[in-house]
Design a protein. Structure first.
Length: 142
């Protein structure tokens, strides 16, 4: 009984202080170091934690945060495993055009140029170096 009350209190405290995201997209990259540079340098994610293998050749776990809320985890894939290609992600941002400008300047593949969607969102879709599709838009959900 006391354990349940403690868990409720912890949840209530977490809800009032900027809590960690409750859902974490997780990706595997064949070249996780390149993904880290792209996701932080081009898209604008912020590095929170990166744990490399003892020999430094792999990213075992990386945690990035989106400045406007949310997070992403990823790491190096094992030989023969599929990478991030085929993944489709949506990131809320107040300025998708700024993300587009950074992506174009970095030579990224723009899959859908900035456009205004019928449901009121401003969106742009960009591929990361391993083929995952990232849509950045102003729609925050209903």
């Amino acid at each position: 009984m006391d354990e349940m009350r403690g868990m409720r209190e912890m949840a209530e405290t977490s809800a009032t202080a900027a809590p960690n995201p409750g859902v974490w997209p997780c990706l595997g990259y064949r070249d996780a170091e390149a993904a880290l540079r792209f996701l932080t340098g081009v898209f604008g994610f912020e590095e929170r934690a990166v744990y490399r293998s003892a020999d430094g050749t792999r990213i075992e776990h990386a945690e990035l945060r989106w400045p406007e809320g949310g997070g992403l985890m990823f790491g190096s894939t094992n030989a023969g495993e599929r990478g991030a290609d085929g993944a489709v992600l949506y990131v809320v941002t107040v300025d998708p055009d700024a993300v587009h400008e950074r992506a174009v300047a970095a030579g990224a593949t723009v899959q859908l140029a900035p456009y205004d969607a019928d449901y009121g969102s401003r969106n742009v879709t960009i591929a990361d170096p391993e083929g995952a599709s990232w849509t950045f838009g102003t729609y925050t959900g209903s």
